[in-house]
Design a protein around this ligand. Structure first.
Ligand code: SAH
Length: 205
């Protein structure tokens, strides 16, 4: 997976490639999908949601340029796969999931797999997690109509936020917004398809 789908397509970030080569993706998908865990596509994880394609995960993680010292917010815990990768690349991870069952399963799984530095909460991630802000990096794992203002305000300076943004729920552009000491910079990382970000500062349903 790492050699063909990631390095072969231009992902160079060595820490990201190392983490993705180490973490077993099959442990985060339901038993019936385990045989497909390393395929080049998203996979169902229950509640109508999906674990993202490895290449897209790698691009998002690479764009954050984590060094190991950061506190990170993730919106859309899903299976917990990306949260575990973030934990390998940063210091502490706060992750929010809207579906109670997914949040519970991911929290149990992460604790059992040895990731005590990941904190999982059920809730509306479009509002962020103000009690633990500011965050050095924010990764949004679902697609919304715009970057939620609450998340922008909870990003540290310097800091980086990666999120799929699109005018309809069917497709998005992956954006990397960088908060600098004196303003913002934005860069587009290509077209992607994510499940919708549903919440007060996302889609209404
Ligand atoms: N990163 C996940 C991918 C999950 S898919 C993984 O590694 O498996 C996106 C997730 O975002 C879904 O589980 C969905 O329920 C969740 N989601 C959608 N809107 C949300 C919101 N407002 N707050 C928190 N989670 C949300």
């Amino acid at each position: 997976m790492v050699e063909h789908q990631l390095a072969g397509r231009g992902i160079r970030a060595p820490r990201v490639l190392q983490a993705m080569a180490t973490l077993r993706r099959e442990l985060f998908v339901p038993a019936h999908a385990a045989a497909s865990a390393y395929e080049d596509r998203p996979l169902p994880i229950g509640a109508g949601q999906t674990i993202s394609q490895p290449f897209v995960v790698a691009r998002m993680l690479a764009a954050l340029e984590l060094t190991g010292t950061e506190r990170v917010l993730e919106v859309g815990t899903g299976s917990g796969y990306v949260a575990a990768l973030l934990a390998m690349l940063a210091r502490e991870v706060f992750t929010i999931e809207r579906h109670a069952q997914l949040a519970r399963t991911a929290a149990e799984h992460l604790a059992r797999s040895g990731f005590p530095q990941v904190h999982v909460r059920r809730g509306d991630g479009t509002l962020g997690w103000p009690e633990h802000a500011p965050f050095d990096a924010i990764l949004v794992s679902a697609g919304g109509p715009r970057v939620p203002p609450a998340l922008r305000s909870q990003l540290a300076a310097p800091g980086r936020l990666v999120m799929p943004v699109g005018e309809d729920q069917g497709s998005q552009t992956l954006l990397c917004q960088q908060r600098l000491m004196n303003g913002w910079r934005e860069r587009a990382l290509g077209s992607v398809v994510f499940v919708p970000l549903v919440g007060a500062q996302g889609w209404s349903g």
